[in-house]
Design a protein around this ligand. Structure first.
Ligand code: PMP
Length: 450
C-alpha cells in the first residue's frame, strides 16, 4: 500500500504536537522552498503567495543571503549575546538605524520574534514614560506573548488579560467613514477619570496585516500623531508584517510622512531566521536595566548576518526598480480579479505595495468567511499557497522573487478556485480544518463557523 507521506506526518503531528501550535487551512507538510515555489514532502509544488507569512520576503533561496549564511555558519551560529558582543549584530543595528524614518538618533534592541519585540516596546514605553495606559486598535495583531497578546485585539478567554490596554476603532481607507475628528472617541474616553497624560504609548500598524490588509486613513494617522505630540504619548508602529518592502517602502508608516518614536520589527528582519527588533529613540532605550531585558541569544550572529545580506540587497536601486515593476503587475492582476463579473460572490481589494487582501462577500454584502476559507483550500489543492485572515480576507503576499510567469499563473489558479467555490464544486466537508483548530475562539482564529 502506498502511504502518502503528508498523510502520515499529519497523523503523527496530531499525536505529538500541541494543538495550539498550528492554525491550519490545509494539511501541507513543507519539505523545501525554492524562490517562489514551495514543495511538500510528497513532491507536489505550490506557487507561493504566502512567503512563510511574510517572513521570507526574498523567497526561499536568495543566493546572496545564502552565501552570507554559509559564511557565518563556518564561524558560529550564535554565542550568547547577553554576555558578549558580536560584529554582525552591531553592523545590522547600524544599518537599521540608517533607514529609520526622519533619521532620528535611535538604537536597537534585538529579540527573537515579532511578539517579543512588541513586548519589549511595551515594557520600554511604560518604563520611559512612567505612565500606566496603552492605546491599541480593534483588528490589530501584535503577537502571542503576554504583553503583545494584550496589545492585540484578541477575543479568547485563554490569555491572561491586562487592565490598562484599551482598544479603539481603527479607521481605514475602505470603511468609507469620513470624519473631521478621528480621535474623538479616544479623547472622550480619557476625559472621564483617567487622562491622556497617563497614556504611555499608542501602538499601531499603519497597514493592519492579520486584521485584513487595511491601510489606515491618512487623517486618522496624522491626528493620532498630533494627539501623541500634545500629550507626550509615544507613537509606536508595528512593522513586523508590512516592514521590509511589503508596502513598497522599508516601512509602511513612511507612506504617511510621520516619524514614530519606535518601530517594532520581525518576520523578514532575519531573512528567514528568527529575529525581532525594537528600534526607538535612544533615550527610550535607556529606561530598562539589562538585568531585566537582556536575552540569551537575541541578535545572534547567524540571523544578523542573513539580515545584513538581505538589507544590502534591498538597498540596491535594481531591487527597487524590480519591485516597482512587479508591484504594478501584481496590482493590475488583483484589480482584474476583483472586477470580473461573478454570480454569487462579491470581491473587493485593499492593501498596497506587494501586500493585498481580497475581501469576499456574499450577494447580501455579508462577510463570507466560509467561501474565503474554501478558496484558500481549493488553491492549495490546485497548487497555490495562500491563506485567509480576518474572517473573509484572502491575503496575497508573494515573495518579491516571484517570476512574472508564476505571478500570472497564481492569479489564474486563484480565479479558478473562486469559480469552483461559486459553482459549489467544493463541499463543506473541507471545513474540518477549520473545525479542528484550537482554540476556536478569538478574532484572529477567524471566529466560529457554527
Ligand atoms: N506584529 C504583527 C503586525 C504581525 O503580523 C505578527 C505576526 N503575524 C506579529 C507582530 C508577531 O510576530 P511573531 O509571530 O513572529 O512573533
Amino acid at each position: 500500500m502506498c502511504i502518502i507521506k503528508s498523510d502520515d506526518i499529519f497523523q503523527r503531528d496530531r499525536s505529538v504536537i500541541a494543538p495550539g501550535q498550528h492554525l491550519l487551512y490545509f494539511p501541507i507538510v513543507v519539505d523545501s522552498v525554492k524562490d517562489d515555489i514551495v514543495i511538500d514532502c510528497d513532491g507536489k509544488s505550490y506557487i507561493d503567495f504566502l512567503s512563510s507569512a511574510s517572513s521570507l520576503n526574498l523567497g526561499g533561496s536568495n543566493p546572496i543571503v545564502r552565501n552570507a549564511i554559509e559564511e557565518q555558519l563556518m564561524k558560529c551560529v550564535h554565542y550568547c549575546t547577553c554576555y558578549s558582543l558580536n560584529m554582525p549584530m552591531v553592523e545590522y543595528a547600524e544599518r537599521l538605524i540608517s533607514i529609520y524614518p526622519g533619521s532620528i538618533d535611535a538604537s536597537v534592541f534585538f529579540t527573537l520574534s515579532g511578539s517579543s519585540a512588541s513586548d519589549m516596546a511595551f515594557y520600554l514605553a511604560k518604563a520611559y514614560t512612567k505612565r500606566k495606559y496603552i492605546i491599541s486598535f480593534k483588528g490589530s495583531y501584535h503577537g502571542n506573548t503576554y504583553a503583545s497578546s494584550n496589545l492585540s485585539d484578541m477575543d479568547g478567554e485563554e490569555f491572561p488579560k491586562m487592565q490598562d490596554v484599551y482598544h479603539f476603532k481603527y479607521y481605514y481607507e475602505e470603511d468609507c467613514i469620513e470624519k473631521e475628528n478621528y480621535v474623538d472617541e479616544i479623547e472622550e474616553f480619557f476625559a472621564n477619570g483617567i487622562s491622556l497624560d497617563d497614556v504611555a504609548a499608542i501602538f499601531i500598524e499603519a497597514v493592519q496585516g492579520d486584521g485584513g490588509l487595511h491601510c489606515a486613513r491618512r487623517n486618522f494617522i496624522l491626528q493620532l500623531y498630533c494627539l501623541c505630540k500634545k500629550h507626550g504619548i509615544l507613537f509606536i508602529c508595528d512593522e513586523v508584517q508590512q516592514g521590509f518592502f511589503r508596502s513598497g517602502y522599508w516601512f509602511s508608516i513612511e507612506h504617511y510622512g510621520v516619524v514614530p518614536d519606535g518601530i517594532i520589527m520581525g518576520k523578514s528582519l532575519g531573512a528567514g531566521f528568527p529575529l525581532g527588533a525594537f528600534v526607538a529613540r535612544k533615550e527610550i532605550m535607556q529606561s530598562l536595566s539589562s538585568t531585566v531585558s537582556a536575552s540569551t541569544i537575541g541578535g545572534y550572529q547567524l540571523a544578523c548576518a542573513a539580515g545584513i545580506a538581505q538589507f544590502d540587497y534591498m538597498s540596491q536601486r535594481s531591487f527597487r526598480i524590480m519591485l516597482q515593476d512587479k508591484s504594478k503587475l501584481f496590482f493590475s492582476l488583483s484589480k482584474e480579479l476583483i472586477s470580473k463579473k461573478r454570480c454569487n460572490l462579491k470581491l473587493s481589494l485593499s492593501g498596497m505595495g506587494f501586500s493585498y487582501g481580497i475581501h469576499v462577500f456574499d450577494q447580501n454584502n455579508n462577510k463570507d468567511r466560509f467561501s474565503a476559507f474554501k478558496i484558500a483550500f481549493r488553491c492549495y489543492e490546485t497548487g497555490l499557497l495562500l491563506i485567509s485572515v480576518s474572517e473573509n480576507v484572502i491575503r496575497l503576499q508573494p515573495p518579491f522573487s516571484i517570476s512574472q510567469e508564476n505571478l500570472v499563473k497564481g492569479f489564474e489558479l486563484l480565479e479558478r478556485a473562486i469559480c469552483d467555490i461559486e459553482s459549489g464544486y467544493i463541499s463543506d466537508s473541507m471545513l474540518y480544518f477549520y473545525e479542528n483548530r484550537y482554540p476556536r475562539t478569538g478574532k484572529h482564529c477567524l471566529g466560529d463557523f457554527q
